[in-house]
Design a protein around this ligand. Sequence first.
Ligand SMILES: Nc1nc2c(c(=O)[nH]1)N[C@@H](CN(C=O)c1ccc(C(=O)N[C@@H](CCC(=O)O)C(=O)O)cc1)CN2
Ligand SMILES: [Mg+2]
Length: 292
Amino acid sequence: MSARILDGNALSADVRAQLAESVKEVKARGVTPCLVVILVGDNPASAVYVRNKVAGCEKAGMRSLRFDYPADTDPKRVLDKIAELNADDSVHGILVQLPLPPQFEEKEVLEAISVDKDVDGFHAENVGRLSQGQRAFFPCTPHGVMKLLAAGDIDVSGADAVVIGRSNIVGKPMAMLLTQAGATVTVCHSKTRDLAAHTRRADILIVAIGRPMFITGEMVKPGAAVIDVGMNRIPAGLPNEGKLCGDVDFASVKDVAGAITPVPGGVGPMTITMLLANTLESAQRAAERKGV
Ligand SMILES: Nc1nc2c(c(=O)[nH]1)N[C@@H](CN(C=O)c1ccc(C(=O)N[C@@H](CCC(=O)O)C(=O)O)cc1)CN2
Ligand SMILES: [Mg+2]
């Protein structure tokens, strides 16, 4: 039997419709949610994501501003802009699109953003708060995965969850969110011995390893929920060369898994949706602080 598709486009549309209603409410209290997106350099994929973030804000009724810098920009210019935005009460969310050009120290830039406006959830304090179960902005991709699991009625509490990948953006926060939701979590990565022994016992398998179609049907437990966070191009010489694909070999895994996310149309759209949700939450917190 073929796996149930966990449709990120459909869920995104539902969540964004709800967000638009909540945006109206906070605007009626005199606060218009505002996201600022900073893009440095000319990475074509980043340009598309930034455009989609700005368009997503507009569609949800939020304000957005973008600042574009050339690839050879002195990091100080960006840090100065962040300081200015931190002090601007009309701004609720600030994000710097990743990756940054090599002259930037990524950590320095991410830590410069006020914790209260860190809607990407990458600031060390937000990560620490998340790890302790305190109120925090959750990183958008793992947050989107949790929404997909919930919408797909996948039981997380008590499940054996395996996360492949240990990045700060996906793997580590993903493991924290799953742990908090009651899963028993194993984090695997490039140095893991006998990866398949881990993946084969996962009720929930989250794959963020960055290798095209790496997880095949024989590595998956029958009935498992398989969440593909990868975004790659199909390598030369294979059918559909150059087309977008995930880290999961969809064709073989769909016949084994119980539920699966496609690429495109699975986790990706949820990333921007959860960014909008975090921006709204930041604006709601600002309204509370203002007592309106
Ligand atoms: N500051 C940040 N930088 C980056 C993040 C992030 O969350 N914050 N994540 C990624 C890029 N990203 C958003 O920024 C992102 C990636 C993919 C998608 C998406 O919708 N993908 C589509 C396919 C898109 C295509 O056709 O190329 C899908 O999977 O259906 C949205 C956002 C790295 N940088
Ligand atoms: Mg992402």
